[in-house]
Design a protein around this ligand. Structure first.
Ligand code: 3HC
Ligand code: NAI
Length: 697
């Protein structure tokens, strides 16, 4: 199929881009556009050229796939194309509807005139990919809309409707409806009126107080840019538009910055995330057109920490939700907590008072199953205890209407067993929310052996409505995220025995980029949560080694922030984690009892051992088919566990280190005195990929 069409209407040539899904400006489209332009230039009957996209998209910019290949530099590059348009002798009019982003907007900026539908979506979102606009956007946009507006758009990557920029030189006209006819009429008009070609490059680019303004902008952006170099480079490039002696000198500065950014690990990570986020919804045996069940009402069983947050999530999406509890006091407590959460959002100005009332009205408390029987989906969030789950699912099976989806929020239990408590296991699925459920974006969707395809398709779609990122996981203890974090925590514990302290481990991994170290995280989540799970594991596998230090901590009631003491000590009203000599003594005693002579473990080793513990388990999860793809694991860690975005997720990070190196380091850890050799044996998939010089992603 041709990626563009060329048609002549009287004295006007129309070049229409038609390269689904988003008119990405890959080599094929660039060539087709330049061919069209040359053809129009060569045809004496043609006096003006209209460049148009589809109804939904003008162009979403450069083809992001090409950034990892030589195609990006293959001629004609975007620069060559834009330059050819701008230097052309016949007026080129960009006619814009839908998304006009990145290189797509830069292409339009190279045209002599631009008209748009008022609702067209305009953005230079390159910064979100760790880049800057590299095809003249940092030089032309400030000339078209002013330095400050341009800088804001470029540094934020925000999308704005064309209407918002209608008073600037970016647009010559906005059209209400039929863009194609509007574009032809506009072309006729400029021909009839003999309007000269307008080149944005010829416009001045000034700011009354440039030096102070850019200094202010840098100061402001530096603190929020974190590990990402792109935002500051964006400012440098816009500053170059003002300070460079010529337009071309500014363009050269932009080009150099783009060439630098495109090869940074931060940009590679963000590009990985861009595609990974879009891949999660693709389930090989569940086609995108699988019919889904309507979800108009929901119910949640249990109004505790998770049940309350899940109910809020539905209410926030405008879906009426019943909350069922076993006891009236628990129900009242749960509802009061929900109200308090909403009230605190109102206090912070994040929610209007009307919205609070509307959301609370969507949440219906009940103690009676009869009230929830017609719900389209019910999510169970009761205690993590198989007997309690069994009682609840038997009841749900008895009362819920046929076709209702029966979901469990269990974090570790066997979803297949839970499904077997019902006579309709095909309607049962795991929906594993993360705490706080109304805030965290991640939602692990646990696919049971018998979960029906339309149930899976429905919850994937529902996740989008709830503004969650769904990642499909198979059934195993802990699914993707918790199964991996279990290994990570176990390794952190082992390092305590070997000589590190909680604060050293937390600081090392937080400096590396994790939002929170394992001990601070455990204190926040509640150390009793892991203790309960460990006790179940000890009962199931009596031979398994004990987590002596963590168990003793819990035996002393040190459950974390909620009890004022955990791995650290806390002061009332203060979430700061203070190292506690009592914990250090506990660790020293455990080392002595185990006959371990402590050694100094450097921060580099701490980071490697924690991250590679995740990676090794991730490789097993991948090989077992628990995760569909390595990038799904990355999505789990980025959206549910505070993994640093600039490192792209554990599997992507391992790829960037090189799997050969990762496997080699694991073997070295296995050889250390007292090490658990089995723990550090590289997973077969990791070994294989490392040997073949391949990557996970
Ligand atoms: N390159 C390659 N593929 C792209 C793409 C791009 N620029 N933009 C979108 N796609 C792909 C997506 O991966 C997806 O593919 P899939 O169907 O195989 O999963 C498909 O197009 C549809 O994308 P979405 O699912 O995101 O569709 P939506 O309708 O929700 O959103 C959109 C459309 C608003 C255009 C959104 O895709 C978007 O924001 N795209 C990215 C825009 C962008 O970042 N542009 C800058 C590119 S860098 C650049 O131009 C550099 C230049 O300055 C030199
Ligand atoms: P919680 O203890 O805060 O709340 C559980 C609620 O269920 C209580 O209010 C209790 O009264 C109610 N309940 C108990 N038995 C019931 C029954 N038979 N019928 C109706 N209500 C009943 O527990 P939490 O933390 O909300 O956990 C709930 C589930 O979510 C568990 O399976 C847990 O593993 C899982 N989970 C917990 C996460 C967390 O961070 N707390 C994260 C993800 C999942």
């Amino acid at each position: 199929m041709s990626v563009s069409h060329y048609r002549v209407h009287g004295q006007i040539a129309v070049i229409a881009m038609n390269h689904p899904p988003v008119n990405g400006l890959g080599l094929a489209l660039r060539r087709a556009l330049l061919d069209g332009l040359d053809r129009a230039e060569a045809d004496p009957a043609v006096r003006a050229i209209v460049l148009i996209g589809t109804d939904k998209v003008f162009s979403a910019g450069a083809d992001i796939h090409e950034f990892n290949s030589p195609l990006m530099r293959a001629e004609p590059t975007l620069h060559t194309l834009i330059d050819a348009i701008e230097r052309g002798t016949k007026p080129v009019i960009a006619a814009i509807a839908g998304a006009c982003m990145g290189g797509g907007l830069e292409l339009a900026l190279g045209c002599h005139f631009r008209i748009a539908r008022a609702d067209a979506q305009i953005a230079l979102p390159e910064v979100k990919l760790g880049l800057l606009p590299g095809a003249g956007g940092t030089q032309r946009l400030p000339r078209a809309v002013g330095v400050e507006t341009a800088l804001n758009l470029i540094v934020s990557g925000a999308t704005v409707p064309a209407q918002q920029l209608s008073q600037t030189a970016l647009f010559d006209a906005l059209v209400a409806d039929d863009l194609a006819s509007g574009a032809l009429a506009f072309a006729e008009k400029i021909l009839a009126e003999g309007i000269a070609l307008k080149r944005i490059r010829d416009l001045p680019c000034t700011h009354p107080d440039a030096e102070a303004y850019f200094q202010f902008a840098r100061h402001h952006v530096r603190s929020s840019a974190g590990a990402f170099p792109a935002p500051l480079k964006c400012i440098d490039a816009v500053a170059a538009a003002v300070t460079s002696p010529t337009f071309d000198a500014g363009l050269a500065a932009e080009r150099e910055a783009f060439a630098y950014l495109v090869q940074t690990p931060e940009s590679k990570a963000l590009r990985h995330v861009f595609f990974a986020e879009r891949a999660v919804t693709k389930i090989p045996d569940v086609p995108e057109d699988t019919p889904t069940r309507p979800i108009k009402t929901a119910a949640v069983i249990g109004a505790g920490t998770m049940g309350g947050g899940i109910a809020m999530t539905f209410a926030n999406a405008g879906i009426p939700v019943s909350v069922l509890e076993i006891k009236a006091e628990a129900l009242e407590r749960g509802l009061a907590t929900i109200r308090k959460n909403y009230e605190s959002q109102v206090k912070k100005g994040k929610l209007g008072a009307d919205a609070l009332a509307a959301r609370m009205a969507l949440i219906q408390p009940t103690l009676d199953y009869a009230h929830i029987r017609d719900a389209d989906i019910v999510i169970e969030a009761v205690f993590e205890d198989m007997d309690v789950k069994k009682a609840v699912f038997e009841k749900l099976d008895a009362v819920m209407k046929p076709g209702a989806i029966l979901a469990t929020n269990t974090s570790t239990l066997d979803v297949n067993r839970i499904a077997a408590f019902t006579t309709r296991p095909e309607d049962v699925v795991g929906t594993h929310f993360f705490s706080p459920a109304n805030v965290m974006r991640l939602l692990e969707i646990v696919r049971g052996e018998k979960t029906a395809k339309d149930v899976l398709a429905t919850v994937m779609k529902l996740a989008k409505t709830l503004k969650k990122l769904p990642v499909v996981a198979g059934v195993c203890d802990g699914f993707i995220g918790n199964r991996m974090i279990h290994r990570y925590s176990a390794e952190a514990m082992r390092m305590l025995l070997e000589g590190a302290l909680p604060q050293q481990i937390d600081q090392a991994i937080e400096r590396w980029g994790m939002a929170m170290g394992p001990f601070r995280m455990s204190d926040l989540a509640g150390n009793d949560v892991g203790w309960l799970i460990r006790k179940r594991h000890y009962a199931e596998r009596p031979q398994m080694p004990r987590a002596v230090i963590a168990d003793r901590l819990c035996e002393r009631g040190r459950f974390g922030q909620k009890t004022g003491k955990g791995w650290y000590a806390y002061r009332t009203g203060d979430r700061t984690a203070y190292p506690d000599p009592e914990v250090e003594q506990l660790i020293v005693d455990a080392r002595r009892e185990a006959g371990i002579a402590p050694r100094r473990i450097d921060d580099g080793e701490i980071v490697e051992r924690l991250i590679y513990a995740l990676v090794n388990e991730g490789a097993r999860i991948l090989e077992e088919g628990i995760a569909l793809r390595a990038s799904d694991i990355d999505m789990v860690y980025l959206n549910g566990y505070g993994f640093p975005l600039h490192r792209g997720g554990p599997m992507f990070y391992a790829d960037t280190v090189g799997l050969y190196t990762v496997a080699r380091r694991m073997r070295a850890f296995a050889r250390q005195p007292g090490a658990d050799a089995a723990f550090w044996t590289p997973a077969p998939l990791l070994e294989r990929l490392a040997a073949e010089g391949k990557t996970f992603n």
